[in-house]
Ligand binder design. Sequence first.
Ligand code: ADP
Length: 314
Amino acid sequence: MVVIELKDISKSYDEIVALSRFNMRVKTGSITGFVGPNGAGKSTTLRIITGLARTDEGTARLFGIDPYDNPRVKARFGFVSEHDDLYTWASVEESVKLLSRLSRPLKRGITSDVDMAISSVGMSKFKERLVSQLSKGMRQRVKIAAALVHNPELLILDEPMGGLDPLGRRTIMNLLKQLNREEGVTVLVSSHVLEELENYVDRVTLIHRGQTLAEGNPDKIRSFIYTYPHEIIYRARKPAMAKINSQVVKHEDLLRSLSLHIIDDDILECRIVTQNPERFYDELVRISVEENSPILSVDTQSESVEKLFEFLVS
Ligand code: ADP
């Protein structure tokens, strides 16, 4: 069964294309990670899923229904925004009530639901504590409790690990795992760092420049990243280039292709494609030093690949 299905959705803000034929599926009962660098289109996607924005093209379905401005759909999911919109003067209990009321009308029996939600996030002992006295991780748990008050089948979290220390991240990770396993909640969690969620998600959708770059289990995503071809361009004077490349070509395992180009009488440019840019950079620097042959510049052809690489290993 599929809880969220986005098919070829596109969305622009005037001239800016945020999503371009983007696809995603979230299976019932899964924990799915939604990963992409800043500006990739994650928030826009979450706005469409939560019914706050409409697609320009393509179809979005939540529980098989169009989520746009649809209260029936809204009643079935909980959303934890990336913003810390808690009032510092309120207690944990008041905050959960306030936040959950903001998103949905109050219904009867709310007090027991609030208690249960607070208990689900392990905060029962701190019900009376003021938000101003909570750690960042505890505040995050309060936000999650508010999203759980209505007993959602699906919990959507936008960058829940943002600003948390490793202990705080672990607590949230364990909490999401527990909600998924023990309470059967399907979880969709976004992040701009793959590492942050690859230890506990079943599947990952990788978004880049508004498009689906890859979908699969974390191992598949990792191997996709490490086999993604990177083009690296470096320049050196002719004698230096000859010495450097006499060593570079020995690294067959790192090279997918290599070509040389004449820039002027004195300078050559070398373009290589590698699946392991990190190791290639290391080797290039080592060779340049050992051969006493300076490199004039190192560059990468594709800014997008470089950005992708940066966020995934950061
Ligand atoms: P992410 O959440 O991955 O950082 P966003 O969905 O916020 O990505 O942004 C995707 C692209 O759309 C970016 O280029 C961003 O600048 C642009 N964008 C997002 N919201 C707006 C908006 N309200 N108006 C104009 N451009 C926007």
